[in-house]
Design a protein around this ligand. Structure first.
Ligand code: ATP
Ligand code: MG
Length: 262
């Protein structure tokens, strides 16, 4: 189906938590790509509690790409998340590694898109916008790019200028529909329609405010009845909405490309 990228403008609104939760709630096999240039993989340290030794995945992928064997190398550098159909590509080990990866992103994106027909989708944690070494080609080339933000004034005010810039850029790319907002904790205090109006981009999906369940995804905390928690229910709903949005965008593109019957 698709490559979906999550990013944020400021604060820590929940990009990593949402990326992990969404991947685990996805209906199909999923690759979870940590592309946060901050380094130090927050998924390995958080959700996996530092208990698994990662491969130097992105460096291996750079070398593989240079040697023309990128696609065949991807499965060898992924780490299966326990009891799931999610495979993790761990992020840069340190912030200074991110600069060496700039030539990789376009090729990796193309390779990940090629996996879609095999029943695998990709969810990307891009980290915060504006960081040195940000993997912007992944954002611009995604089937859906979602700016994660909370519904309070500080978060909205931080997101406003970034979303406005991205909206212009996506319009220029002819991909205005591929940009959306993912709202964490609607109603604290602003509702989704108010957020859409302020940011000028639709709120594609919203996730319930649920610190207990969120800690399971962000810090590997044990949580009883996680599968029936408000966050996991809303993650399942979000996964469905995101899937339908990507399908609708695709149908729209096909419609645009089809010559009118005379
Ligand atoms: N839906 C939610 N409800 C309540 N708390 C949440 C929710 N989503 C995330 N959080 C909490 O917010 C905090 C920050 O989350 P997270 O690390 O995912 O943010 P981030 O945007 O990836 O931050 P950074 O930019 O630093 O990488 C964590 O403590 C996490 O448990
Ligand atoms: Mg993060």
């Amino acid at each position: 189906m698709a490559v979906i990228t999550l990013t944020s403008a400021s604060g820590s609104p929940g990009v990593t938590t949402t990326a992990v939760g969404l991947a685990l709630s996805w209906a199909r096999r999923t690759i979870l790509l940590d592309a946060d240039p901050t380094g130090g993989s927050s998924i390995l340290a958080g959700y996996l509690r530092g208990q698994m030794v990662p491969p130097d995945a992105l460096v291996e992928l750079v070398v593989a790409q240079q040697q023309g064997r990128l696609r065949s190398t991807i499965p060898t550098v992924t780490m299966p998340l326990p009891e799931s159909q999610v495979s993790l590509i761990p992020g840069p080990r340190a912030h200074h590694q991110a600069h060496g990866l700039t030539g990789l992103w376009d090729h990796l994106l193309a390779a990940l898109k090629d996996l879609a027909p095999t029943g695998q989708d990709t969810i990307i944690d891009l980290g915060r916008l504006g960081l040195s070494g940000s993997a912007m080609p992944l954002l611009y080339g995604s089937d859906l790019a979602l700016v994660v933000c909370r519904s309070d004034l500080v978060s909205l005010s931080g997101a406003r200028s970034w979303v406005s810039t991205l909206r212009s850029e996506f319009e220029q790319l002819g991909a205005a529909n591929a940009l959306g907002v993912l709202l964490v904790g609607p109603g604290n205090p602003y509702a989704a329609d108010e957020v859409s109006k302020v940011l000028g981009v639709p709120v594609t999906a919203a996730l319930d405010w649920d610190p207990r369940a969120a800690a399971a995804f962000s810090a590997g905390a044990s949580a009883r009845k996680l599968s029936t928690s408000p966050l996991v229910r809303s993650l399942r709903g979000a996964a469905g909405v995101i899937t339908r949005t990507v399908e609708a965008n695709r149908a729209h593109l096909v419609g645009d490309a089809t010559p009118e019957a005379s």
